[in-house]
Structures are given as C-alpha cells and as structure tokens.
Ligand binder design. Structure first.
Ligand SMILES: Nc1ncnc2c1ncn2[C@@H]1O[C@H](COP(=O)(O)OP(=O)(O)OP(=O)(O)O)[C@@H](O)[C@H]1O
Ligand SMILES: [Mg+2]
Length: 233
C-alpha cells in the first residue's frame, strides 16, 4: 500500500503546494515513485507540472494528476494508487467538503502555517477534523504542523513564539522541528523548472535541500517508514 500524505490548511496561501512539491522531489530522489493529486480548482500544482513539461523539466518517478472531487480521487486511488510508493494530495485553501474524505485516505496530514493567527487557527481546525475522522472511521491518521516562510523578522514576533506552546501543549498535535525558511528558491520552483532537487547545487539550493531532507526525515520518523531504501514498504 502506498503512503498517503496530504497538505491541508483551511486558510489559503499557507505553503501547501510548495511543501508538497519539495517533499515529492525528495522522495523521488530517494527512489520512491510519487503520485501528486491536485484537488485545488485553481490547479496550481497541475499548472506547475505542465510548465515543467514545456521546459522538459518534469521530475522522474513523479506524476501529477488533477481530480477535483472526492469521488474522482477515490476512484483514482482504487485504480492506480497501488502503483505508487507515495501519494501526495494537495487541497484548496478554503474549507470544503473534501477535507473529511482526504483525511480518511491519509496516513499523515500536514498543515503548513506562516506565523499568522488565521493560519494557526486553520491548522487547529484541521487537527480537530483529523481527530473526528479518525474516531468515525477507526483510523489513526497522524497530523503535524509545519512552520513555513520563517525569517529572522518572523522569529521575533510574539505569535511566532507562541506557536510551540499553542500547538504542542494546548492543542496537543505534532509540531515539526524543522522550519521551512522564507527562500527565493522555493518561489523559483513554481516557474516550472522542475523540483528543487533538480536544480544546480548552489549554496542557496543546498540550504533548501537540507531543510527539505530534514522535513522528509521527520515524516519518515512519524510514519515509521524507512527513508533510505526506496521502492515502497
Ligand atoms: N518557504 C517559502 N519561501 C518563500 N516563498 C514561499 C515559501 N513557501 C511558499 N512560498 C510562496 O508563497 C505563496 C503561497 O505558497 P503556496 O502556493 O505553496 O501556498 P498554498 O497553501 O498552496 O496556497 P493556496 O491555498 O493558494 O493553494 C507562493 O507564491 C509561494 O511561492
Ligand atoms: Mg496551493
């Protein structure tokens, strides 16, 4: 069975699509086959993938498909899901009816947040949905909050300092130790130049790659999967 990871935060623009592209690139590099499912009607992920095709920069071992309804994704997972080691589901940035079914398919839900109140609240809402769906379906889907677009300025804000006590102590979900910093290279990737891992290894790319490796190692730790061997589990 493939590992299913989704990115959900009901408050838009938190960094879901970027995080999933980076994770996909890292898994592909490690020899795993990855299907990315774009459930966002604005199709950012699908557009990125078609731009990559135009530039002959589609990543090996990665496939991107666009399915906007829960029903279509369910059918896709039944028919094609087992052909991949890993399935990454990108969701739209607003509350929709697809959240519950996506959680129902996922082994891990990641809620990216920037240091803004609405995004933190969005992540908490998502965690509550994970608990509710787990209870209803008797499943044990995991949830983690990933801080993105972090900068030195952000680190000095009051809200940023409150994130750990709120997420870990008050809410009780997992906070990724790795923070995704604000980096231009993450923006560049969206121009259809392939994944982060396909870029020439400048110092800036190397930093971003280390950060992404660290995110993926945390994911593998959470899921108890072996990140080294590739080729499924
Ligand atoms: N770590 C980062 N450093 C710099 N820019 C980033 C980073 N993460 C995301 N961005 C930029 O922030 C914007 C929003 O990111 P992204 O599209 O990944 O968020 P999203 O949650 O998928 O948004 P939406 O809800 O609109 O789908 C994009 O322009 C992206 O390039
Ligand atoms: Mg998106």
């Amino acid at each position: 069975m493939p590992t299913v990871i989704s990115a959900i935060n009901g408050k838009g623009g938190a960094g879901k699509t970027t995080a999933l592209i980076n994770i996909a690139g890292e898994y592909a590099l490690r020899g795993r086959t990855v299907a990315m499912i774009d459930m966002d009607a604005r199709s950012n992920l699908t557009k990125w993938w078609s731009d990559c095709r135009e530039k002959e920069a589609q990543a090996e071992r990665v496939d991107v498909v666009g399915h906007k309804t829960a029903r279509a994704v369910g059918t896709y997972l039944d028919r094609a899901g087992s052909g991949f080691d890993c399935i990454l589901i990108d969701t739209p940035g607003e509350d929709t009816a697809i959240v519950d079914p996506v959680i129902g398919w996922s082994d891990l839900v990641i809620s990216p947040i920037q240091a803004s109140k609405r995004e933190v609240l969005g992540a908490i809402d998502c965690f509550e949905s994970v608990l509710r769906v787990n209870e209803a379906l008797g499943r044990g889907c995991l949830h983690g909050v990933l801080r993105t677009r972090v900068s030195l300025t952000v680190r000095h804000t009051e809200l940023y300092r409150k994130i750990r006590p709120i997420i870990e102590d008050k809410v009780g979900t997992y906070l990724f130790r790795t923070e995704v910093m604000e980096r231009n290279v993450y923006k560049d990737i969206q121009n259809g130049i392939g994944t982060l891992q396909m870029q020439e290894l400048t110092e800036a790319i190397a930093k971003a790659r280390r950060e992404t490796q660290s995110v993926v190692e945390e994911i593998d730790e959470l899921l108890g999967t072996d990140g080294e061997t590739g080729g499924g589990r």
